[in-house]
Each structure stands twice: as C-alpha cells, then as structure tokens.
Design a protein around this ligand. Structure first.
Ligand code: HEC
Ligand code: HEC
Length: 368
C-alpha cells in the first residue's frame, strides 16, 4: 500500500474501510516482549489470596474464585464452559487470571473497562457466578478472627466489602508470568522460527501484539458456537439471565453468543470477542471464549484455514498456506510463551479456614 500508517488502530480502520487485506508488518504494531514488573503490597496480596480460595465468599459457601480459576489450569477452568453457581450452568470459558492485572478491558466481550475492583464485584454478585450479597459477605468476614487480624495488617480498619474488593486485585497482581522461555531468551530454534511467522507470514501480530500479545480490541474470528450453551437448560438459563440483563434483542430465541454486541448493541459487532493474551496457554486448554478448540495445533490449523465461517468475520483473516513444519514452529512459539506453573504456597492459599468461631456477645455493639 502507498500509505504509511504507524498507528495500529488507524491501520485497522483503514484496512476494514477499504476491505483490502495487507500483509502484516511487525513494525506497525506494538512489539511483543516481556511484561514490566508490578509492585505488589505483600500483606494485601496475602489477604487477597485467602479471600480468593475462600468458599464463604459465595452465597451458599459452596464455591470460591478458585473453583473456576484453578491454579493447575493456569487459573482458568479446564471445562470448555465454566462451572456456574450451584444450580446454574455457564455459557463461557473461565479465563486465566494470570497477567489480568495488566489489562485495560476485561471479560471475553470486554464489558468491564474500568478496573479489577469492578470485575471482582461482578464475579461475587452475579447470580450465575457467586450469587453473593456483599453485605452478607462483609458480616461473614467480620466473624472470622483471622480476617480481622489480616485486614488490620493490610492497613484496613475492619473487614468490609469495599476492602475485600480492593484487596483481591492486589493478589491478582501477584499472578504474573514467570520464566517463560520467550521472556528469558531461551527459546528453541523452532520457537524462534515460529515467532518470525507470528510477526510475518501468519499475521498473528495484527491482533496479538504488545507484551500481553493482545491488542485488547474486539474481532470476529468465526469461532463456532458451543451449542452446549443452548442445549443444556442449566447453561441456557445462565445465558438468558445474562442476555436479558444486557438488553440483547430477541434473547429468548438467540442461539449464539453476541460477544461485543453486548456493549454497542450494533449488529456489526455480532460475534466479536476481545483478543485474548497468548501467555500461559500451555495450562489453559481448551481455548476461545467457549472452549470449542482443544489443542494449540488445532488453533493454528483454524487460522491456517483463514479462521471460521462467519459473514461478519474480520477481513484481517485469510488462508495462510502454512507448511507442516511452519505450523509446528508456530505451536512451539505459542508454547514458549508459558512460564512456571503458579501452584506453590506463594500463589495458592493452603491453610485451613476455621469452621467455627467463638460466639460474639452484644453483636450489634461490636466493632472489630
Ligand atoms: C462459577 C465460576 C467462576 C467463579 C466462582 C469466579 N469466576 Fe471469574 N470468571 C468466570 C468466567 C466464566 C469468566 C469469563 C466471563 C465472561 O467473559 O463473561 C471469568 C472472568 C474473570 C476475570 C476476567 C479475566 C480477564 O482477563 O478478562 C477475572 C479477573 C476474574 N474472573 C476474577 C475472579 C475473581 C476475583 C473471583 C472471585 C471473587 C472469580 N473470578 C470467581 C468464572 C468464575
Ligand atoms: C483478527 C485478529 C486476530 C488475528 C489476526 C489472530 N487472532 Fe488469535 N484471537 C483473536 C481473537 C478475537 C480471539 C478470541 C476468539 C474467541 O474467543 O472466540 C483469538 C484467540 C486466539 C487463541 C486462543 C487463546 C485462548 O486463551 O483461548 C490463540 C491460541 C490464538 N488466537 C492464536 C493466534 C495465532 C497463532 C494467530 C496467527 C496465526 C492469531 N491468533 C491471529 C484475534 C486474532
């Protein structure tokens, strides 16, 4: 093309507007590279960790954040569709929360663009997720003497719902990639070739760029629907509750996840999802917003064929004609973006939660 555009967004707009595809040129996109280190407050992160693994944060005290964001699965869920609050299903894959502290937009459809405090509130209060009333949560926390001490150590007066919502994100800040070969410069020759393809011939960098390998913008890649959402009444019930709340037109008859359309209600955004980070993929199978692709080799084949079938599919995707060896190299590169598993005591609360507390006299008079 004769026009030189340095801004990725402007380029994207130009390409979409003209309906022509350009081959990716790495220099035009924010470079992929190591994530900057985050400063974490140790006392707050320790308290956030205890909260993340505590089932008492859900309405019936049956599930914790860690029920769906499982440490061994890269803090995501290995089921294609996430578990739901007991008695509910779910309609999306539970994302990894590793590196989530670096994001500016959260959830598969990007419906939260403020901060992790708001994402945490959504997770706790949403009826198909933890179905918890924050006022009850606060009273439960105040009854546990360990929390009373830990909130003090974290510089808070007493356990409160606002305190819990601000402190869980501090723990999430401690969940970041460690020692990925990509970051430590120890990639195999095959992974290095894969990286060149990623930035060049395969064009992945058009959307997967910057240190997170995500532009954090919505695109339609034509991922097929997961019909378990609509065929399983438990999942469908969660989907309907969600779609009704979001004001999605015709939600009772809808048999697809509208994605970014949730936010704009604009038909041109149907089936767009926020580009995910590509870090820690080794642990987070299955892939995509609905877990329909099981292996990285299948993801690469999906892109090799130009993505899925959708009338609204991004013009940036087209068949890639990758050789067998090139596909292997791309997979090796994707694998090199995963670091150490975050399953040690540093990241996982392995202590007990007391089942009984001493009775508190004159409850209404008490301040912790
Ligand atoms: C019942 C399962 C479940 C539980 C429990 C749960 N989550 Fe989630 N979480 C999900 C699902 C599903 C998504 C994706 C939702 C979507 O895109 O609509 C998600 C997404 C997230 C995200 C967004 C990640 C990103 O990078 O965009 C964060 C952060 C998160 N959860 C944190 C938490 C925290 C903190 C808790 C506990 C307070 C929690 N979750 C409890 C299922 C769960
Ligand atoms: C047009 C933008 C775009 C391009 C180009 C693109 N991707 Fe994606 N990628 C996405 C979006 C959007 C998703 C999420 C789709 C969904 O959840 O339905 C995604 C999902 C993925 C996932 C699944 C991640 C997860 O955690 O579920 C992998 C792996 C992936 N892409 C790798 C690649 C590779 C390799 C290439 C190049 C061959 C590539 N992508 C090219 C936008 C793009």
């Amino acid at each position: 093309m004769g026009v030189r555009v340095t801004n990725g967004r402007a380029l994207l707009a130009a390409v979409m507007g003209l309906g022509v595809a350009v081959s990716a040129q790495a220099g035009e996109y924010p470079d992929i590279g190591p994530l900057p280190a985050l400063k974490v407050d140790a006392a707050k992160a320790e308290l956030g960790k205890r909260l993340f693994f505590d089932k008492r944060l859900s309405g019936d005290a049956g599930i914790a954040c860690s029920t769906c964001h499982v440490p061994e699965n890269g803090f995501g869920s290995k089921e294609a569709l996430s578990p739901g609050y007991p008695g509910n299903g779910n309609f999306r894959n539970a994302q990894s929360v590793i590196n989530t502290a670096y994001k500016k937009v959260w959830l598969h459809d990007g419906r939260i663009g403020t901060d992790l405090n708001d994402v945490t509130r959504e997770m706790i209060t949403e009826d198909y997720i933890m179905n918890m009333d924050m006022r009850i949560m606060q009273e439960r926390l105040k009854q546990d003497p360990v929390y009373v001490e830990m909130f003090k150590a974290a510089g808070k007066n007493e356990p409160s719902n606002g305190g819990a919502r601000s402190i869980i994100p501090e723990y999430l800040k401690s969940l970041t990639s460690r020692n990925a070969p990509f970051d430590s410069g120890k990639m195999s020759a095959s992974a290095k070739s894969g990286m060149a393809l990623f930035k060049g011939k395969a064009g992945c960098i058009q959307c997967h760029n910057g240190p997170l390998l995500s532009d954090q913008k919505p695109h339609n890649t034509g991922v097929p629907e997961n019909f378990d959402v609509f065929l399983d009444p438990m999942n469908h019930q969660a989907f309907i509750a969600f779609a009704m709340f979001q004001g999605i037109p015709n939600y009772m008859n809808l048999k697809r996840d509208p994605g970014y359309l949730n936010i704009t209600l604009d038909p041109k955004d149907m089936g767009k999802f926020i580009t995910p980070s590509l870090r820690e993929l080794k642990y987070t199978a299955p892939y995509m917003h609905n877990g329909t692709i099981k292996m990285l080799a299948e993801v690469v084949e999906f892109y090799n064929q130009g993505g899925g079938k959708d009338s609204n599919k991004s013009p940036l995707l087209k068949p890639l004609q990758l050789s067998k060896a090139e596909k292997k190299d791309l997979v090796a590169f994707l694998e090199a973006l995963s670091g150490d598993q975050l399953t040690s005591d540093q990241y996982v609360w392995k202590g007990e939660y007391p089942a009984e507390y001493p009775a508190i006299d004159n409850w209404t008079q008490v301040r912790n």
